[in-house]
Write a protein that binds this ligand. Structure first.
Ligand SMILES: Cc1ncc(COP(=O)(O)O)c(C=O)c1O
Length: 429
């Protein structure tokens, strides 16, 4: 055991980890492009973009330069009563690429806080208007983060059971499939018509943590129309889907109806710095204006609009204006389509789905779809051995690689998955 692992075991508490049973963590010491290198020099292809954030590859020189340039200008500054050029540039540019109605940007630190801020804005919006609307609608299977508000609107269950007494009440609609869309819409309509709903929140088109579950833009448009007709504020949580994952820059770009809020993080900085954005409309912003300080959103974080994070996010947007990123999105979409056909040959492979750069499928294990499926550990270990880092979501295996991945590296990932399906399952790893 290396001294780093020894010290890690002594002092570090990892996320989503049962340390009593967990294997030693992988010791990664270097990353470049789509590759990660461990302490022994073994390389791994980063098939899930380091928790779905690293869109332009590691150690991207353009982002690195923007980061250093900003460090040499202003590294950090309080953001209450102060502004700085990169925050303003980012706010202006992000609102240009989001739906026209979204004009105002609030900065926070990660996906959970971007959601938390949207929820607080909704609650206070109705409070400031003197209206008693406090109910929220969310979708079964959703994941919006691990702070209390974000957990409240997420899927309830084993991940957050101890905290449930502290959650606010939320009504859930089922996850839409072709068979139940009408029933869900009737359910939502009934709820919205009570007039008690403050807002609804969904992951647009793809539920990430639930296992990359996908549904149609036309369903979302119908749901959002019902919300708008009943004065229910809409949040599209694009923390995972944003920045090219769905084949367009944002999942919202596939939809006709535009939300009142979009939350962003992950791909916003291509994983180089922690940053979250809550983007909303002037309609919402204006409800916080007035003589009384208490009408304002009294919320903030030490790292709000950190200049280095903002400069990196601007550089990230520059890269999305380049042909390489656009081509990367298109390539992955095309390659995924071909891979989908290869997967269709396996009888025990179910529900193969693709949206843009994401492809996912389930392995039929007889235990149903569960995060605790044994296949998860088996697949993870198998792929690691073959030099691929994939973290399956239970029995769901998925690829959402960095946009800069080459065809040769993409083929290594898919070949490794095919090998696993042919020979890896139930064999000792
Ligand atoms: C859709 C969505 N919202 C929110 C979050 C929470 O983001 P973070 O982990 O940065 O707090 C995630 C994280 O996976 C997510 O997928």
């Amino acid at each position: 055991m290396s001294s780093i692992i020894e010290k890690d075991k002594k002092h570090v508490w990892h996320p989503f980890t049962q340390h009593f049973t967990a294997e030693n963590p992988l010791e990664i010491v270097r990353a470049e492009g789509v590759r990660l290198y461990d302490v022994d020099g073994k390389e791994y292809i980063d098939a899930n973009s380091s928790w779905w954030v690293n869109v332009h590859g590691h150690k991207n020189a353009y982002i690195g330069k923007a980061m250093m340039d900003q460090f040499n200008q202003i590294d950090h500054i309080v953001f209450a009563g102060v502004t700085h050029p990169k925050a303003v540039e980012l706010a202006e540019r992000i609102t240009k690429v989001l739906p026209q109605n979204l004009e105002k940007v609030f900065f926070s630190d990660n996906g959970s806080t971007s959601v938390e801020v949207a929820l607080k804005m909704i609650v206070q919006y109705w409070h400031n208007k003197g209206e008693n609307k406090q109910r929220f609608l969310a979708m079964h299977g959703s994941y919006h983060g691990d702070t209390f508000g974000a957990m409240s609107v997420g899927q309830r269950g084993y991940f957050n059971a101890p905290f449930e007494p502290f959650f606010f009440d939320v009504d859930y609609i089922d996850f839409p499939t072709k068979e139940n869309e009408e029933a869900i819409l009737s359910h939502a309509k009934l709820l919205f018509e009570t007039g008690e709903f403050a807002g609804m929140i969904v992951e647009p088109l793809v539920q990430g943590a639930a296992g990359m579950r996908m549904y149609s833009a036309s369903f979302l448009d119908q749901l959002a129309t019902l919300a708008q007709e009943n004065d229910v504020l809409i949040v599209y949580d694009e923390v995972m889907t944003g920045f090219g994952r769905t084949g367009k820059l944002f999942a919202t770009d596939h939809c006709k109806v535009k939300p009142d809020f979009i939350t962003l993080s992950k791909g916003l900085t291509s994983g180089v710095m922690a940053l979250g954005l809550t983007v909303t409309s002037d309609k919402i912003y204006n409800a916080f204006l007035g003589e009384e300080t208490t009408k304002a959103l009294l919320h903030g974080h030490s790292f709000t609009a950190n200049p280095i994070a903002c400069a990196i996010a601007c550089a990230n947007l520059d890269l999305f204006e380049q042909p390489l990123a656009i081509q990367g999105m298109k390539n992955l979409e095309d390659w995924n389509r071909t891979f989908k056909h290869q997967l269709e040959k396996f009888e025990f492979v179910k529900n193969i789905r693709q949206q843009g750069t994401i492809i996912a499928f389930e392995i039929e294990t007889g235990e149903g779809n569960t995060y605790f499926s044994d296949i998860k550990a088996q697949a993870y270990a198998y792929f690691l051995k073959q030099g691929i880092l994939i973290r399956p979501l239970g029995n769901v295996i998925f690829v959402n690689a960095p946009l800069v991945i080459s065809k040769a590296d993409y083929d290594k990932i898919t070949q490794s998955i095919l090998n696993f399906l042919f020979e890896g399952i139930n064999q000792p790893s």
